[in-house]
Design a protein around this ligand. Structure first.
Ligand code: 5GP
Length: 220
């Protein structure tokens, strides 16, 4: 009996959790906390041409590549989706990265914008769960961006200008959470993840389990 229940828990189709927020909303902290608390969540490390920030690690936050290396990956069709950001950098999700997790029933967390979400949703509509984080206020957002101390004033001004435009896409997401407190937001997102894991279509072990229940009923 416990064997069947164990199998049921393990045989699952991995889901793709796409988390997005305007820069400075605390998305990176939320994602980092989620990854620490849940071993079955794997982070899809994207490729980017943007410069590494001081608090970031190669292969953990991004794979940092030159424009030439990025072009080569594009030509090889190595990306699941890719976007050119409005402020010059390019980002792409490696097919190999995602497939290695999804195929063995692990859930993948993506840090990607709405353009990437659209591309992935078109390819795998049943696998994608999208979550949008909002800042409690615009004032708080600027304060957080400045406090990070990693970007120049020019970049911050540019990003602030993009925030309102980016926020118009909030309605494309399945879930929206206002990030007042990181710990609370992490709990809320974990509840979303738990519920999504229980969706019938994701529990690929269910047909066998129900078949066994039916056999049991016949012999009862
Ligand atoms: P940042 O440079 O602040 O890390 O990220 C800038 C934007 O690029 C964010 O909105 C982030 O979600 C998005 N982004 C990061 N990686 C990817 C990716 O692989 N694909 C897409 N479409 N967007 C990404």
């Amino acid at each position: 009996m416990t064997d069947i229940i164990d199998t049921l828990r393990k045989v699952r189709r991995g889901a793709m959790f796409i988390i997005e927020a305007p820069s400075g909303t605390g998305k990176t902290s939320v994602i980092r906390n989620l990854m620490t608390l849940d071993n079955n969540l794997k982070f899809s490390v994207s490729v980017t041409t943007r410069k590494r920030r001081e608090n970031e690690t190669e292969g953990v936050d991004y794979y940092y590549v030159s424009d030439e290396q990025y072009d080569k990956l594009l030509a090889e069709d190595a990306f699941y989706e890719h976007v050119d950001s409005q402020y010059g950098s390019r980002y792409g999700t490696l097919r190999s990265e995602v497939d290695s997790f999804i195929n063995v029933g692990q859930d993948v967390v993506f840090d990607m914008d709405w353009a990437g979400l659209r591309q992935i949703k078109a390819k795998a509509p049943d696998d994608v769960v999208s979550i949008y984080l909002l800042p409690p206020s615009i004032h708080e957002l600027r304060h957080r961006l400045e406090g990070r101390g990693t970007d120049s004033k020019e970049i911050i001004d540019k990003r602030m200008g993009m925030i309102l435009e980016k926020m118009t896409h909030w309605k494309e997401y399945d879930y929206v959470v206002v990030n007042v407190d990181v710990a609370q937001t992490v709990e809320t997102v974990r509840e979303i993840i738990s519920a999504e894991r229980m969706k019938r279509v994701r529990q690929t072990g269910l047909p066998e389990f129900v078949e066994n229940l039916m056999k049991e009923a016949e012999n009862d």
